[in-house]
Design a protein around this ligand. Structure first.
Ligand SMILES: Nc1ncnc2c1ncn2[C@@H]1O[C@H](COP(=O)(O)OP(=O)(O)O)[C@@H](O)[C@H]1O
Ligand SMILES: [Mg+2]
Length: 267
């Protein structure tokens, strides 16, 4: 089971659009996905028209409650959601770092009933977001193809060494260009991203498409609202790219008999 956080400290960068539609595209390609909404604003929960209950999330993040048991089905086959709740606002104020630890442990305890767990994060590098980054192995950073958004992406990339110290098993980073238009400005921003982060920028591009906003209003993923349009096609391309680039297996901790010292001594 793969675990992916959709993260960017900038609001309006396409996180929720990417989390909902990537999860739906993966489900459509035959890979069951669990979408977890940890943004107290609950945009992904509103999109898929599902309400959460405080008690379940509180138990999952403070004791040893099972986040997987809070999953509710959506109208899309193979796509379940753990909806957000307002309790997350209070929890962030009161629990501080304990919330980060609670979230990361809860994510790691999820039973492998799904192929993908995708977490939609709030627009900040808060205790919530830090906890998610500690608990997953892959990050998707949607970057709007606009010069102002470029700075936001660089900020997240700058945080990575610190995140890797907290989570050494973090394996892959996907910088996903979103809202790509045919303007010279957009092309310039995508080229700058490719120059600065050649390993991380995805081959997939999410083009500007009003149907993505309409799909949210209609409370359907784009793969259901306009299955033959460019929005669905772009998110399916990204889903396929994810499927083609699985993270390396988690490294087992080396034991004393594998250490360089013992091999040097010839034993
Ligand atoms: N590719 C796109 N084409 C057109 N509109 C988009 C696209 N991606 C996102 N949007 C719109 O941009 C706004 C912000 O997107 P959203 O996914 O909610 O960002 P975030 O979760 O980062 O705040 C929404 O109104 C959404 O409909
Ligand atoms: Mg959002």
């Amino acid at each position: 089971m793969r675990s992916i956080a959709v993260i960017n400290r900038k609001g309006g960068s396409g996180k929720t659009t990417t989390a909902v539609n990537t999860a739906a595209a993966l489900a459509g390609l035959g890979h069951p996905a669990l979408l977890i909404d940890v943004d107290p604003q609950g945009s992904a929960s509103d999109w898929l028209d599902r309400e959460g209950n405080d008690r379940g999330l509180r138990e999952a993040f403070t004791v040893t409650g099972d986040l997987g048991r809070l999953a509710v089905p959506t109208d899309t086959a193979g796509l379940d959601i753990v909806p957000s709740t307002q309790w997350l606002i209070t929890a962030e104020k009161n629990m501080l770092g304990d919330l980060s630890v609670g979230i990361s442990r809860a994510l790691q305890r999820i039973p492998p009933r799904w192929d993908f767990v995708i977490v939609d994060c709030p627009p900040s590098l808060s205790y919530l977001a830090i906890g998610v980054m500690m608990g997953v192995r892959e990050l998707v950073i949607p970057v709007e193809a606009h010069s102002m958004a470029f700075t936001g992406a660089v900020e997240v990339m700058d945080e990575l060494p610190a995140v890797r110290k907290l989570n050494p098993s973090l394996a892959s980073i996907f910088l996903l260009p979103c809202r790509v238009t045919r303007t010279r400005h957009a092309r310039g921003v995508v080229e700058a991203l490719e120059n600065d982060f050649p390993a991380e920028v995805t081959a997939a591009r999410i083009r500007e498409s009003i149907t993505l906003a309409e799909a949210a209003d209609e409370q359907q993923p784009i793969t259901a609202y306009a299955p033959n349009g460019i929005g669905a096609s772009d998110y399916r391309d990204f889903a396929r790219e994810l499927l083609n680039r699985p993270p390396p297996p988690v490294q087992a901790k080396s034991s004393w008999w594998q250490s360089p010292v013992s091999s040097l001594s010839g034993r």
